[in-house]
Design a binder for this molecule. Structure first.
Ligand code: NZQ
Ligand code: ZN
Length: 380
């Protein structure tokens, strides 16, 4: 196990009716901005619950943070925040609203352009922010990351910074999610675990078992959620698994991959493929291309997650990869670029972008543009 420092300061407020706790969670003396997406919250009652909880308090609202939040939109929110001297933000929505809010929180106290902050990779300073999270998927509600899109150039990059002060997770708010959103959310959470787990064996028994516990739980609940998307206990497990999949708990002292995410971000930026869906396409290709490097972990994963114990090691490794792709398909997602009409030209664009940027991802820092090209060819 490598040395590590662990600190996750986000207070998690979980359960039915918890949005009413906003009144006590947000300090009284702050100049509050509330950020929203495109309006799902007005249809499912979340907006009314927020308004009720904050009755009698004054605050500013900013609407229209889109899925894959755009820096072009967020610049407007930052300008508004500066004028209004905002010093606390509440994000009400999915990962996109919260990620956008993380950038607004940085932009309000910076002279830099918002895109410069993103490109720097780290927000040096942010005003406090919190969330009412309405999509179980990204883990943004309990982590310090944010992913921002620049529409003008079809680029999508992440940066790190502060964690939310608190996040309210009420599983009942997920009842209004579409089947596709749930499929993408489950795929995202599952892939977050794989990005941290599917590297080498023997780094930490504890991290391995926690990760495997999440993978098994997600596999167990996914088909049940399809049958009963309004089952509170199922949605509670779904919501918590998504938070735990990316809140630093399962990556203490271990190496991580994240190549699939980086490639997936390009597919989203270039073709608008929903984040979780992009991962369902790329992850099986990553495993196929890097199966020698990940051989031992694939064997462990195959045995512990899918009970694959028969056959030669090569047969078992291949079976584990097939089972992974089958899982994504069972969610109702396509897993091949050809099914989304993405072809060789996009593969070349992504390979060129990575090579031009001089980046190399993965636990061994060997996923360059050339390797990304091979991964993507295995996704056709
Ligand atoms: O905009 P509104 O009208 O609110 O509608 C949203 C949006 O259209 C809708 N929605 C949200 N809550 C709903 C709902 N519809 C019905 N019922 C509800 N309860 O869902 C749509 C998608 O929302 P979005 O926020 O985009 O989804 P998600 O939470 O999956 O966020 C995706 C973004 O997060 C980034 C992704 O790259 C993408 O930009 N990620 C952030 C991470 C992080 N901060 O750590 C890590 C992830 O790997 C990911 O990259
Ligand atoms: Zn993700």
């Amino acid at each position: 196990m490598k040395n590590f420092i662990f600190q996750n300061p986000t207070k998690l407020v979980f359960g039915k009716g918890q949005i009413e706790k906003l009144s006590e969670l947000i300090p009284l003396d702050v100049n509050l901005l509330i950020t929203y997406g495109g309006g799902s919250v007005t249809k499912n009652g979340v907006y009314d619950q927020v308004k009720k909880a904050l009755k009698g308090r004054s605050y500013t609202e900013f609407w229209g943070i889109e899925p894959n939040p755009r820096v072009e939109t967020l610049r407007r929110a930052i300008a508004l925040g500066k004028v209004k001297e905002i010093n606390y933000i509440l994000a009400v929505g999915g990962g996109s609203v919260l990620d956008g809010t993380k950038l607004i929180a940085a932009g309000i106290v910076s002279d830099k352009d918002a895109w410069e902050i993103v490109l720097s990779g780290v927000a040096e300073n942010q005003i406090p922010f919190a969330s009412v999270m309405t999509v179980p998927a990204t883990g943004s509600e309990m982590n310090g990351g944010a992913v921002i899109t620049r529409e003008e150039t079809h680029e999508k990059f992440s940066f790190g910074g502060d964690y939310p002060q608190f996040s309210i997770l009420d599983p009942e708010v997920t009842y209004s999610l579409s089947d596709h959103q749930i499929a993408c959310g489950l795929a995202d959470a599952y892939t977050h675990v794989l990005e941290q787990y599917m590297t080498t064996t023997g780094q930490s028994r504890i991290m391995d078992r926690w990760a495997e516990g999440l993978l098994l739980s997600i596999i167990e609940i996914a088909p049940k959620i399809k049958e009963s998307p309004n089952d509170y206990e199922l949605m509670a497990d779904y919501m918590l698994s998504a938070t735990l999949a990316l809140n630093d708990f399962i990556r203490m002292g271990i190496s991580q991959d994240w190549a699939t995410h980086q490639i997936g971000h390009e597919l989203t930026a270039l073709h608008g493929i929903t984040h979780g869906h992009s991962l369902a396409i790329v992850m099986p290709g990553t495993l196929r291309e890097l199966k020698v490097q990940k051989h031992d972990k694939l064997l462990q994963y195959g045995e512990r997650i899918f009970n694959i114990t028969e056959g030669t090691e090569e047969v078992r490794v291949n079976k584990a990869i097939e089972k992974t792709e089958e899982f994504y398909r069972s969610l109702g997602l396509t897993t091949r670029l050809s099914e989304e009409n993405v072809g060789e030209d996009t593969i070349e664009t992504i390979a060129r972008r990575f090579n031009d940027r001089g980046v190399a991802y993965g636990e061994n820092r060997n996923v360059t543009g050339d390797v990304a090209r091979e991964i993507l060819r295995k996704c056709i």
